[in-house]
Design a protein around this ligand. Structure first.
Ligand SMILES: CC1=C(CCC(=O)O)c2cc3nc(cc4[nH]c(cc5[nH]c(cc1n2)c(C)c5CCC(=O)O)c(CCC(=O)O)c4C)C(CCC(=O)O)=C3C
Ligand SMILES: [Fe+2]
Length: 375
């Protein structure tokens, strides 16, 4: 018998970390890119270019190691809180694949798991596609004779105080690292992954008019800027910019690109320095270490513009604890209790189950889990 009773996690008997996956060696890069872009209409040249980004880093994405470290940190956080739930991990695009993980969970006797997805915002790529993946992986497990656990996706957390606090401190640290004479004038460039404008238009609840992807980023960027102002006494100019544009050139994607914006700011004499804040990413993914730390940094350096990149939430203990908070909140809600739900900014607390038609798939409807769509 344990002498410590932890918090009530019923009805869950596991946590599942759901992520993107990435290559771990040069031979993985091409098959990984094929997995990512299957049926997505990405031009060959773009794939070769992105392949080069991975090869530049030895053919190894940072994302899997970051997930391993995140799970370790989460384990320690759960243990300290007296939560003995097992933690599993499955990816959309690389080993460990979700279907294999669900098969293993079934073999371990897991019946109901809460899913934490490593994308914080609403859009097809960052929300609904994962829900399709969970459906597909459940079906694949069934084909192997395994009954996958019932899965609940924890709510979007871009506006959870744990994620926001980590980002506020990261911006403060980046500002502090700038030379004194340019610090107060530094412009905050909040950066996220570009998506097709049509994907943004379809993001979030269609009954609310879509456009949630950009709106959520603008909300959280404003909150972070306000919090930085409270701490420093300076309200920095801030805006949302994008990285990692893909797709065919004639299809519109969200703009401006971070590099183009840096060039414009320098040409207009509008900023003595920039702090690039990768608020769209939860850890230092390839987009962060290549598109920002390599490419955007080079753009700024070439123009003589002082540049700092704020840290991602990563292993910040407040971000790690966010997972525990969301898990306990959802567990209580599933027990028909009314848990306290933390959120900052104008958007408010996000839903537990995605509304009908949320973050629609432009290529046609496919079955999903964790939403209110009719089966
Ligand atoms: C909104 C969004 C997030 C969420 C933000 C988040 O989760 O943090 C995200 C995450 C990620 N995207 C990643 C990698 C890639 N994404 C690609 C392609 C695409 N991403 C898109 C959007 C997003 N992507 C889109 C609309 C495409 C076009 C194809 C399509 O419509 O599906 C391609 C193919 C090449 C290319 O087209 O550029 C790659 C290699 C990695 C792994 C990084 C690593 O290895 O560290 C991660 C976490
Ligand atoms: Fe992506």
């Amino acid at each position: 018998m344990k002498d410590m009773t932890g918090p009530d996690v019923r009805p869950y008997d596991a946590l599942l970390l759901v992520s993107f996956g990435g290559p771990e060696k040069p031979d993985d890069v091409v098959p990984f890119l094929e997995n990512v872009t299957r049926g997505r209409g990405i031009p060959r040249e773009r794939l070769e270019e992105v392949g080069e980004h991975y090869f530049l880093f030895g053919g190894r994405s940072p994302i899997n190691d970051q997930n391993r470290e995140f799970i370790e940190a989460l384990r320690a956080d759960f243990d300290a809180a007296g939560i003995d739930l097992p933690i599993y991990w499955g990816n959309r695009n690389w080993d460990p694949y979700l279907a294999d993980t669900l098969t293993q969970m079934a073999a371990d006797g897991i019946t109901r798991a809460a899913c934490f997805v490593t994308s914080a915002y609403s859009s097809y790529s960052s929300c609904r596609q994962y829900r399709e993946n969970l459906f597909d992986a459940t079906a694949a497990a069934a084909e192997r004779g395994a009954t996958a656990p019932q899965l609940d996706k924890l709510r979007h957390y871009f506006n959870h105080p744990g994620f926001v606090d980590a980002n506020v401190d990261a911006v403060l640290a980046a500002l502090a690292d700038l030379p004194d004479d340019v610090r107060d004038g530094a412009r905050l460039l909040f950066v996220t992954h570009s998506v097709p404008t049509a994907m943004n238009d379809a993001s979030g609840d269609p009954a609310a008019g879509g456009g949630a992807y950009v709106r959520q980023h603008l909300d959280v960027s404003g909150v972070i800027t306000d919090r930085v102002a409270e701490a420093t006494g300076v309200r920095h100019e801030h805006e949302l910019v994008f990285c990692s544009r893909s797709g065919a050139p004639h299809i519109p994607w969200l703009e401006p690109d971070v590099n183009d914006r840096i060039e414009e700011l320098v040409a207009a004499g509008d900023a003595p320095a920039v702090v690039v804040v990768p608020v769209g990413f939860v850890s230092d993914h390839m987009e962060v270490i290549y598109d920002l730390d390599t490419e955007a940094k080079e753009t700024a350096e070439k123009l003589g513009l002082p540049f700092r990149r704020a840290a991602t939430a990563g292993l910040d203990p407040r971000f790690v604890a966010t997972v525990r908070d969301l898990l306990l909140e959802r567990a209580a809600a599933e027990r028909d209790e009314q848990p306290a739900r933390a959120a900052v900014g104008a958007t408010g607390v996000m839903w537990d189950r995605c509304p009908v038609g949320c973050c629609a798939n432009a290529r046609g409807e496919r079955p999903t889990l964790c939403g209110s769509d009719p089966a």
